[in-house]
Design a protein around this ligand. Structure first.
Ligand SMILES: Cc1ncc(COP(=O)(O)O)c(C=O)c1O
Length: 397
């Protein structure tokens, strides 16, 4: 039987695979340090859990409107106005099963077969596969370390064709932790308007920004860019709620309607209890976010300082999210025993076998000379894991 050519072309998520492998090793009593985590190690704050418990006890256990309950949409609108200076009405909000689902809905709503989406590399690996799922064509532009792994207007111009439909922007970025400045975003916004493109702005790490930098939503500059931007956000990363699966999109009403229509057939509403929990997260005290941020910031500083002192590897200090994007160029071509380290995949494989440290090789993020470390794990594990990486590097010839 011939299966779907499109489905056969979709690669499984390599980050989930490496995290699963590290978890399995742990279960087998192997003393492994897993730097793969794309999720905060903190527990979901109590007031958020309590909202879900109350909802369950109140019998809030039935179907809700497919694109989310009105109070949650209203809270999201309030958040977008207060935090991002963006005015939306509830009919412009679609609440889905995580930001992953929101992104997939977005591509399905705007792309026709063959439409191109510009994705600056390094990128979060799912974007490419999601565009393909929606019959689009991902067009990758490789950014440079010199430009802090951010796309320039020249990069975008070089990728523009008469099939370009949209640009994907992820700030703060997974995997680099880089943030686009207001000026950089304004230039991208003007470029999108001039060339009649959509912008998909993934702002899921918005609340995890350290130091002076400020998050700006690209949709906030003027009506023209607002009318062509789909803002993606969610509660997974900011509120340690990855398992609850609530994300959302804010879009022009026409696009939100298409997304809601598709969702009404594909999955119906996201979990009713999780919606109540998300409402408590977004509408409640933001102190829990600040507490997690302080801890992440300590780990970020420690990790960056340690990496900066190690042989052969380097990184640019991340400004947001919870990842360090590590440059391995100077390791490529070196040998461990007799095996040549040709790329990040081989490096990660040997490191896991020999030192029992799991890192994410960034080949599927568009950079096969880099790997990603997450600092969403305990300080103790970070110290232990970095000691092992340093030891490993010192054995290379
Ligand atoms: C950049 C980025 N966007 C979106 C997501 C999806 O988050 P979720 O589906 O848990 O809301 C992730 C998760 O790893 C991410 O790193």
């Amino acid at each position: 039987m011939k299966l779907s050519t499109k489905a056969l072309d979709i690669k499984p998520s390599s980050t989930l695979a490496i995290t699963a492998k590290a978890k399995q090793m742990k279960a087998d009593n192997i003393d492994v340090v897993g730097f793969g985590a794309g999720e905060p190690d903190f527990d979901t704050p109590d007031h958020i859990k309590q909202a879900a418990i109350d909802a369950m006890n109140d019998g809030f256990t039935k179907y809700t409107p497919a694109s989310g309950i009105l109070p949650l949409k209203e809270a999201i609108c309030k958040k977008l106005e207060e935090d991002n200076n963006l005015l939306y009405k509830p009919n412009q909000i679609v609440v889905s099963n995580g930001a992953k689902h929101s992104l997939t809905n977005t591509f399905m709503a705007i792309l026709n077969p063959g439409d191109e989406v510009i994705i600056p590399a390094p990128f979060w690996l799912s974007y490419v596969q999601m565009v393909k799922i929606a019959d689009g064509v991902p067009v990758i532009i490789k950014t440079s370390k010199e430009n802090n792994y951010k796309a320039t207007i020249e990069d975008l111009k070089g990728a523009l064709t008469n099939k370009t439909k949209a640009i994907l922007i992820n700030s703060p970025s997974n995997p680099t932790g880089m943030i686009y400045s207001k000026d950089e975003l304004k230039m991208i916004a003007d470029f999108a308007v001039e060339n009649d493109l959509f912008v998909i702005s993934d702002e899921i790490y918005e609340k995890l920004i350290y130091g002076e930098q400020e998050h700006v939503s690209i949709a906030s500059f003027n009506q023209d860019i607002y009318d062509r931007t789909i803002v993606i956000n969610g509660v997974s990363k900011s509120y340690a709620m990855t398992g609850w699966r609530i994300g959302y999109a804010a879009a022009p009403a026409e696009i939100a309607k298409l997304m809601g229509n598709m969702q009404s057939h594909a999955s119906s509403n996201p979990n009713s209890l999780a919606q109540k929990a998300a409402l408590a997260a977004i509408d409640g005290s933001q102190e829990c976010v600040e507490e997690m941020k302080i801890e992440f910031d300590k780990r970020r500083n420690y990790m960056y300082d340690r990496i900066s002192k190690m042989p052969y590897i380097s990184a640019i200090k991340p400004q947001g999210a919870f990842y360090v994007f590590v440059d391995l160029q100077d390791v490529i071509g070196k040998k461990f025993n007799d095996e040549v380290i040709e790329d990040a995949n081989i490096f990660a494989k040997i490191l896991l076998d020999v030192e029992k440290v799991a890192v994410v090789p960034c080949t599927d993020f568009g950079f096969n000379t880099h790997f990603r470390l997450s600092y969403a794990i305990s300080m103790e594990s970070i110290e232990k894991g970095l000691d092992r990486i340093e030891k490993f590097l010192n054995t290379l010839e």
